[in-house]
Design a protein around this ligand. Structure first.
Ligand code: CDP
Length: 229
């Protein structure tokens, strides 16, 4: 890492699925005027690209190749201003957020060669004035020198409820039972894998958001960031 990069402050927000990392990261970064890294999106993109090219989700070598050469662009939509994700030129913004894609992502994310291939791409998001990075191993592996490391948690029931409301809002038909099962399965896979398992960094601050509103969490993290920066 160059000295210039090291000077750019990073806040890492790790935690299990549906713990609110994405929303909190976006709001905190907005308040700070900093950049965002949604590292989960990169694993989701590898999973989507694999499907597109008919590559099985256990073919480590082919998946590493995909991850290394991932052709992805983030472009603002002229009409809505929303950021669109283009994979090999095709708009995959909606497909990227499906539960199927999240599940596939957690399978490719268990492969060490894929994680290794995405490291440099993730670190390249570290640009002035600062970066808020969201994922599973942001504080442990990708940015071990981060100024502030947060580990967000919430009970599995509360996370299932949040994911349920999120999907309902998008007009998708889901069952609470299925979501709870999927969350438990994904937690186990993320936590038990050998490569960069989901564990809080030794110097991370754990925040249980089960009984907190989004505003409560953002305010708490904002206070912590002001103490550290
Ligand atoms: O939104 P949600 O938290 O469910 O998923 P995500 O953050 O988009 O990540 C999708 C999957 O990618 C996770 O289940 C993890 O297995 C994997 N992932 C990872 O291993 N490391 C990261 N830094 C980010 C995501």
């Amino acid at each position: 890492m160059s000295e210039a990069e090291q000077d750019v402050p990073v806040i890492t927000i790790d935690g299990p699925t549906a713990s609110g990392k994405g929303t909190i990261t976006r709001l905190l970064a907005q308040r700070l005027g900093w950049h965002i890294l949604d590292s989960g999106a990169l694993y989701r993109l590898v999973a989507l690209a694999a499907r597109k090219h008919g590559i099985p989700l256990n073919d480590a070598e082919a998946l590493r190749d995909l991850a290394e050469h991932l052709d992805v662009e983030f472009v603002p939509d002229a009409a809505s201003g929303e950021i669109l994700t283009l994979l090999e030129g095709e708009d995959v913004t909606a497909e990227l957020r499906t539960e199927t894609c999240g599940n596939d992502a957690s399978k490719v994310a268990a492969i060490p060669a894929v994680r290794e291939a995405l490291l440099a791409r993730q670190r390249a998001f570290r640009r002035p004035p600062g970066l808020v990075a969201d994922g599973r191993d942001m504080g442990t592996v990708v940015f071990p020198d981060a100024r502030l490391k947060i580990f967000l948690t919430a009970s599995a029931e509360e996370r299932a409820r949040r994911r349920y409301n999120q999907l309902k809002q998008k007009g998708l038909d889901v069952s609470m039972r299925d979501l709870l099962d999927e969350i438990a399965e994904r937690d186990a896979r993320d936590r038990d894998r050998a490569a960069s398992p989901l564990v809080p960094a030794a110097d991370a601050i754990q925040v249980d958001t089960s009984d907190m509103t989004i505003d409560d969490v953002v305010n708490r993290l904002w206070e912590l960031s002001q103490e550290r920066l």
